[in-house]
Design a protein. Structure first.
Length: 227
C-alpha cells in the first residue's frame, strides 16, 4: 500500500530535523516528519488528472506515495496526486506520448458510447415516469428524466435504484421536480426555513400534484363517471 503524504495547510516543521515550514509531510505516530526523514525526498510530484500517466507511473515506480489534502468544507482528505520516482515518471511520459493518438480515439469512442447509453436511459426513464404518472405532460416527463438521469450528477436517477427504473426512485425524481418547480420550496429555503420543515409544510401540495398525475385523462373509469 502506498505511503500517505499530507499537503500542509499551516506552517509545520519536521519533528526530527526541524526543517520547515513544510509543503508536504508524513505523520508517524502523530509526529510530523519531512519527506527526507521518511525516505521519500527523492520522489517527484505528479498531480492527479491524467489517468494513464498516473497508472503507468505508479506501476513503474518501486516506491510511491499518495498525496492528500484536507478539505475543510467537506471535512475529509482528498487525493491531489502521487509522489513517484523520476525515472518511472519519465518512462510513463514516453509511453503516453507513443500511444496518445490511440488513447484519444478510444476516449472519443467511449464518449460516443456513453452518450448513446445516456439517451436510451433517459428515454426509458421518461417512459417509466409516463407509465407511473399517465397524467403528467410528456414534455415534463422528458424534462424530469433528463435532469435526474444526468451522468455524474449524483441525483436519484443515477443511483442503482434509478438505473434499475425502480418505482420508488422514479417517484422520488418526480416528487423532487414538483417540489422545486411547482411549490414555494426554494423560496422558503432562501428565507431561512429549515429544509425538513419546508418539506413537511409542502408535502400535501406535492402529493396532490402526484395524485393528479397518477390519473390518466383516458382512464375508462373516470370517463364513465363523467358521463
Amino acid at each position: 500500500m502506498p505511503a500517505q503524504v499530507i499537503e500542509v495547510l499551516k506552517p509545520i516543521h519536521c519533528a526530527l530535523c526541524h526543517h520547515g515550514p513544510l509543503l508536504r509531510l508524513v505523520r508517524e505516530a502523530g509526529v510530523p516528519q519531512c519527506l527526507d526523514c521518511t525516505g521519500l525526498g527523492h520522489l517527484v510530484y505528479l498531480p492527479r488528472g491524467d489517468v494513464a500517466l498516473t497508472r503507468r507511473s505508479r506501476e513503474g515506480s518501486s516506491l510511491c506515495a499518495v498525496v492528500l489534502r484536507f478539505n475543510r468544507r467537506r471535512r475529509r482528505y482528498e487525493r491531489q496526486g502521487l509522489l513517484v520516482e523520476a525515472e518511472a515518471l519519465q518512462r510513463a511520459l514516453t509511453r503516453c506520448e507513443a500511444d496518445a493518438e490511440a488513447r484519444a480515439h478510444r476516449r472519443s469512442r467511449d464518449r460516443a458510447r456513453r452518450a448513446a447509453e445516456d439517451v436510451r436511459f433517459t428515454e426509458a426513464f421518461a417512459a417509466e415516469i409516463q407509465r407511473l404518472f399517465p397524467g403528467i405532460p410528456p414534455a415534463r416527463a422528458r424534462a424530469v428524466a433528463a435532469h435526474t438521469a444526468l451522468r455524474g450528477s449524483g441525483r436519484v436517477g443515477r443511483s442503482a435504484a434509478g438505473r434499475a427504473l425502480d418505482g420508488g426512485a422514479v417517484t422520488a425524481a418526480v416528487r423532487a421536480s414538483v417540489r422545486h418547480h411547482d411549490t414555494e420550496y426554494d423560496a422558503l429555503l432562501l428565507a431561512g426555513t429549515p429544509r425538513l420543515e419546508a418539506r413537511a409544510r409542502l408535502a400535501p401540495v406535492i402529493e396532490a400534484v402526484l395524485t393528479a398525475w397518477r390519473q390518466s385523462d383516458q382512464d375508462p373509469v373516470a370517463e364513465r363517471d363523467r358521463r
